[in-house]
Structure formats: structure tokens, C-alpha cells
Design a protein around this ligand. Sequence first.
Ligand code: S3P
Length: 183
Amino acid sequence: MNSPTTPAENIVLIGFMGCGKSTVGRELHHRLGYPLVDMDQVIEQRTGKAITGIFAEEGEAVFRDLETALLEELNDPAAPRRIIATGGGIVERPANRVLLQQLGYVVWLHAPAAVILTRTRKTRSRPLLNTSDSAAIIQSLMERRLPFYQETAHLKLDTSGLCCAELASGILECSRYFFNNRA
Ligand code: S3P
């Protein structure tokens, strides 16, 4: 385990569902050449189930345990630098928030609720939003999670007015500054 004062040099993307973590993660992966760990994808590959299937058959708590176990596994100082794209609910557990900061430079990709609603309407792959009133769910989850994203992130970027390439450029510059200047 890394000590809290010597975080690893990964770039960690956090933020609400539909904020662009996976897309920006792929762009950073192409630019830096670091491996991309998309946590939801890893969990799906390992369990052989879609996230919707895990929620439906085993419940959200089982998914959250898988998420925390993967985060603990990623917190390996011997591992190469990586880009880590997390699921939107990763910040709910206090222990996860500590682990995220130990993993490296934490970037919060933010978008307003209305933008999230438009983006997430295109797919049924997010079990928490497969309800008749996804706007209300987004609103209440966002209210609860915003302080957690705020508390965990080293950098907040509003994604709504920027393209993926611009976001990646900003993250690269800021992360270089962060890693070069930290104690
Ligand atoms: C979740 C977000 C999803 C996925 C799961 C739960 C959440 O990931 O982990 O459906 O609680 O916000 P994305 O943020 O990549 O959609």
C-alpha cells in the first residue's frame, strides 16, 4: 500500500454517470500510452456479467464490494502508471475516497444535471437510471455525491463546453504540474 503522503502517479477520473470518464480515459491512454483501466469493464470481464446483470441478480451492495476490491488491488506501488476510469458511485464509500487519492492525480469531470440526463438517455446500461423518473434520480444522486467528488478531486473540469481533446490536454498539463511539484 502507498502511504497517504506518497500517492502513486496514476491519473484517476471520477465523476457522475455520463460525464465522459471512459471517453476521456481512452484519449489519455492514446496520448500517454499508459494502460487504461476502465473499472466497470474490468468488473464485467471478471464476473462475466453486465453491470445491469450484477445489480439485478446480486444487488448493488455486491457491485460496490467488487468496486472496492478492485480499487484496493489497483493501489499497488509496483504497478506501472495507469489511467483509471471509475464508476460514478465510487465516491460513496469513505474508504474508497481515501484509496482514490492514494492512487494519484484525481480529476473530477463535471457536467450539469440536464447534460447528464441527455447523455444517459441514450442507453439502458446504467441500472440506477433505468426508472420512469431518471431526472429525479440524477438530481438526488448528484446532490448527495457532489461533496464527495469535491472532497476527493485534485482538479475539477466542467465537461459541457469542452471537447474530449481539450479536456485531455488540460488534464495532461495539470497532472504534470501536480506530479512535478508535490512534496
Ligand atoms: C454507477 C455508475 C456506473 C456503474 C454503475 C453504478 C453509479 O458507471 O458503475 O452503473 O452508481 O453512478 P459510469 O459512471 O461509468 O456510468
